[in-house]
Design a protein around this ligand. Structure first.
Ligand code: ZN
Length: 162
């Protein structure tokens, strides 16, 4: 059985999902693809078919001398399939949903941190990087004098290695 009781279920898993990107990544991918996480790991639900045969009818006394080669008669075949989503799959996807609900819609950070008290909560320090590829496009756009309908221009860049 894959379910391990006593692990705290959703909230425990949601915390692990938030804290452990390695653990979160396959669950995130499964959620995006709409498949159970266990399927990404290669699990296929097992399928079992049980065949039920009727007892061979008794040979009538007047045919006792004949060889009796009657095939058993198939009465029914019952196929059972393991569920597509395991209990662990459901727990992980539910925990992932809980984790997602706890994200800030503005920046994708932890909502709890983003909305903490300004005076007593955590503080943030901004860092800046510049995308030099985009910067090259914007510079080139600036150099165009009075471009007609600049919104329709399709820009691209080539990479020049040093
Ligand atoms: Zn935020």
């Amino acid at each position: 059985m894959e379910h391990q009781p006593g692990r705290g279920g959703g909230p425990f898993l949601a915390r692990r999902i938030a804290a452990d990107p390695e653990f979160r990544r396959p669950i995130e991918l499964a959620d995006r693809l709409g498949v159970p996480p266990s399927q990404l790991e290669g699990r296929e639900p097992a399928e079992t078919t049980v065949y039920e045969y009727a007892d061979a009818p008794a040979r009538p006394w007047w045919l006792r001398w004949l060889p009796w080669r009657r095939a058993p008669r198939l009465v029914r075949a019952v196929t059972t399939r393991e569920p597509l989503y395991t209990e662990q799959d459901r727990e992980e996807l539910l925990a992932y949903a809980i984790y997602r609900e706890g994200l800030c819609p503005v920046c994708g950070g932890a909502l709890e941190e983003c909305t903490s008290h300004e005076a007593t909560g955590i503080r943030f320090k901004a860092h800046r990087l510049r995308c030099r590829r985009r910067d090259a496009v914007l510079r080139a756009a600036e150099e165009l004098e009075n471009p007609r309908r600049p919104e329709a221009l399709v820009w691209s860049t080539t990479t020049i290695r040093r």
